[in-house]
Ligand binder design. Structure first.
Ligand SMILES: Nc1ncnc2c1ncn2[C@@H]1O[C@H](COP(=O)(O)OP(=O)(O)O)[C@@H](O)[C@H]1O
Ligand SMILES: Cc1ncc(COP(=O)(O)O)c(N)n1
Ligand SMILES: [Mg+2]
Length: 707
């Protein structure tokens, strides 16, 4: 049986680098520190000597990490023959071809292959499945310990290589250390392989521990998601769909079964509700042993079951995120909840964060008729949200017509709305179950409901699109989705690095409010009262002085020279180009800060003082982006003699657009280095700055009350 390979903390025990250090001692220490895989490499060492070292390293490893021998299959076989616990080989392009190596070492050995160039990777994708277990991809940077790679790949080159590796796990190698974990993870690697970072370390255990810690920090831990739902033996809905979905969206799925249904793609032919005490026993078994990061509640069946779950939730102490899919009517139209239970359901809704009714369920929960239009659905969703202080995921699946929108609705209306055409297929059994489980799983990773909703819905549409490739159920029924579509097509699970473009969409309402505000409207028309504009300019002069210092903080924190130079130039630019406008109008930075200016600067200074580069980048980004967006759109309003032509010219300048595009790209790269929690922090910093930008435009000269 081939052991699973964990590439996250990969030590290459290179005898040349180790020089006179005892390889076995370094291997023992590194594995003590958490190294997950060790490759013993002795390029210029004779077989006998290498065999001795491999046997000694195997004893030091004691079966804890995966142990592979570099290149020398003969030494691997000899070590196995000598009874050493060695697990495989790592071969290069110039060694034995992988198919031959597999024949020699047999089906249970691990084979790693160095592959980086497009030609190498074309050959890798053509290999029979199972020939190779993982790839070593690099050198990412030029390094003395990997002379045979002509040109370093760099991170973009690594990402390209991994994307064309046909889904094989890849470890990044070449001049790397713990500080590279984030970039390697963002490039899609499954781990970082190091040579000198551990071989030359005074404390190899500590070095391995640091590498492992950095890797687990960036590669978000898998959250534990509990589904409390019914069983659908056809596998398309219920806990069967929940478990498949949770796994496909990056969580670890668990399930407490509330009811058993006899069901297939044609419909539900029977429901059996086991004793309540047994449901409670299942729930207690989980809660007493496993940290639950999010809960998805699906079919409950009876009022007693609802009450049991409600009571259990109340006893949890800290209740994790709860997504309640109020399963009353299945997509097939079959009722899955009796009438008496609907009242009990309201008490459970009060304990949920998000409820995900389909249109029929939404009508039942709001006591109205089934919405015939999307606006009617949104109105009902908003009423339900207000009554229960819960978010409502309004689902357009049951709408007639070709549109299939979804929206996350709060008491003030849609928080995020996603349009999109209805996918033509009959195979939509379990769509609601799957969407709600995906939402719970992704929420546990992002901590942001709007973002999780978008990610969950994008994943679901992929599963629906792929549904027709399955052959489940007879004619006339509704078949299941393909929950494994992303895994089956070899695509990598969605990275949660939300692009800044998603943040930009999230502030659509704020941007609309800025446009609708009288400052921007009158500025464009040229009717803005002079004292209002002068006040704004005074405050803006104050703001820019402090803002320049914040940009210099970003330069100090930037991890690459390119980013450092960008922030330093931006700091300079805002003092020169933008302040020129202010000076020309006599605005100076001696005025007193208004409340709006003070609040905005406090937010930026807090981000700078947190010394969190990614957070700071996200906090300053709206100032570039909102001004550039405004400037470009208002440029058309300018004309000969326009009283504010200079302002319009400053912010409509293509150089400002170029700087903004660079700032967005820098933010995109910073986001990709972040863990999921870091990404959520970036998005909230970005949104907060946008709100403060809106307040800044809306501020009015303080009417000084004469004493
Ligand atoms: N034909 C389809 N095309 C695209 N998306 C769909 C389709 N059918 C369902 N969905 C998606 O699945 C979600 C849940 O489906 P819906 O039928 O509304 O709920 P339920 O499955 O609980 O009855 C919808 O919100 C929508 O995002
Ligand atoms: C056991 C069980 N639970 C839930 C549903 C709802 O399915 P859908 O997701 O189509 O609303 C179902 N059909 N069976
Ligand atoms: Mg449903």
């Amino acid at each position: 049986m081939r052991r699973p390979v964990d590439l996250s903390t990969y030590l290459v025990a290179d005898l040349a680098t180790l020089d006179h250090r005892d390889a076995a001692d370094v291997v023992r220490a590194a594995v003590d520190g958490g190294a997950t895989i060790v490759q013993v490499r002795g390029k210029d060492v004779g077989a006998t000597r290498l065999l001795e070292v491999v046997i000694a390293c195997a004893e030091a490893n004691a079966g804890r990490a995966t142990l592979v021998v570099n290149d020398r299959i003969d030494v691997y076989l000899a070590a196995r023959a000598a009874g050493a616990d060695v697990h495989g080989v790592h071969i290069g392009q110039s060694d034995v071809p992988p198919v031959s190596a597999r024949q020699i070492v047999g089906p249970d050995a691990i084979i790693g292959l160095s592959a980086s160039t497009p030609e190498n990777l074309d050959r890798v994708r053509a290999l029979p499945p199972g020939t190779v277990d993982y790839l070593g991809t690099g050198a990412v940077r030029a390094t003395p310990t990997k002379r045979d790679h002509p040109v370093p790949l760099g991170w973009d080159g690594l990402a390209r290589a991994i994307a064309s590796a046909g889904g094989l796990p890849c470890v990044a190698i070449g001049g790397l250390g713990p500080g590279d974990a984030a970039d390697a993870y963002a490039a899609g690697a499954d781990g970082v392989a190091v040579v000198r970072a551990i071989c030359l370390a005074d404390d190899p255990a500590g070095a391995a521990r640091e590498l492992r810690r950095e890797w687990s920090r960036v590669s978000a831990p898998v959250p534990n998601i509990l589904a409390i739902a019914g069983s659908d033996p056809s596998g398309g809905a219920g806990i069967q769909a929940d478990l498949k979905t949770i796994q496909a969206t990056g969580g670890y799925g668990m399930a407490a079964i509330t009811a058993l249904t006899a069901q297939n793609t044609q419909g539900v032919s029977g429901v059996h509700v086991p004793p309540l005490s047994f449901l409670r026993a299942q729930l207690d078994a989980i809660a007493s042993d496993v940290t639950i990061d999010a809960i998805k509640i699906g079919m409950l069946g009876t009022a007693d079951v609802i009450q049991t779950v409600t009571t259990w939730l109340d006893g949890l102490g800290t209740i994790p995120a709860v997504v309640l899919d109020p399963v009353m009517v299945a997509t097939s139209g079959d009722r899955l909840l009796d009438d008496e239970s609907e009242r009990a359901l309201f008490a459970l809704i009060d304990r949920a964060d998000v409820v995900t009714p389909n249109l029929v369920e939404l009508a039942a929960l709001t006591g109205g008729d089934v919405a015939q239009t999307w606006d009617e659905a949104l109105t009902q969703a908003r009423a339900l949200a207000a009554r229960h202080a819960v978010l409502v995921l309004a689902k357009g699946g049951h709408l007639r017509g070709s549109a299939c929108p979804d929206a996350l609705v709060g008491t003030d209306g849609p928080i995020i709305q996603m349009d999109g055409p209805r996918i033509v297929t009959e195979n939509t059994h379990g769509t609601g179950c799957s969407l709600s489980s995906a939402l719970a799983s992704l929420q546990a990773r992002t901590g942001d409901w709007a973002w999780s909703t978008r990610l969950a819905r994008d994943w679901l549409r992929g599963a629906i699109t792929a549904a027709d490739t399955l052959a489940v159920g007879g004619p006339g029924g509704h078949g299941p989705l393909d929950h494994a579509h992303a895994i089956r097509t070899g695509a990598r699970p969605p990275r949660l690095a939300a692009e800044p473009d998603f943040w930009w969409e999230q502030i659509a309402q704020i941007r609309a409010d800025i446009d609708a505000g009288d400052f921007v409207r009158q500025l464009a028309q040229g009717t803005l009262p002079a004292e209002r504009f002068d006040h704004y300019l005074q405050q803006d002069a104050l703001y820019l002085q402090a803002y320049a210092r914040v940009l210099r903080s970003a330069a100090d924190l930037a991890p690459t020279r390119e980013e450092r130079d960008f922030w330093a130039a931006s700091a300079e630019g805002c003092l020169v180009a933008e302040m020129e406008l202010h000076r020309s109008r006599g605005a100076d930075a001696r005025a007193e800060e208004s409340a709006e200016t003070a609040a905005y600067l406090r937010h930026l200074r807090d981000a700078a003082e947190a010394s969190d580069y990614a957070l700071l980048v996200a906090a300053v980004l709206p100032c570039f982006w909102i001004y550039d967006d405004l400037g470009r759109r208002l440029a058309a309003a300018s004309s000969e003699g326009h009283p504010y032509a200079d302002w319009l010219a400053t912010y409509g300048d293509p150089a400002f657009t170029r700087a903004t595009q660079q700032a967005i790209e820098v933010a995109r790269r910073a986001a990709r280095r972040e863990s999921d929690a870091g990404l959520a922090r970036m998005m909230s910093a970005f949104t907060r700055s946008s709100e403060l930008e809106k307040d800044f435009f809306a501020q009015r000269p303080r009417v000084l009350v004469s004493r």
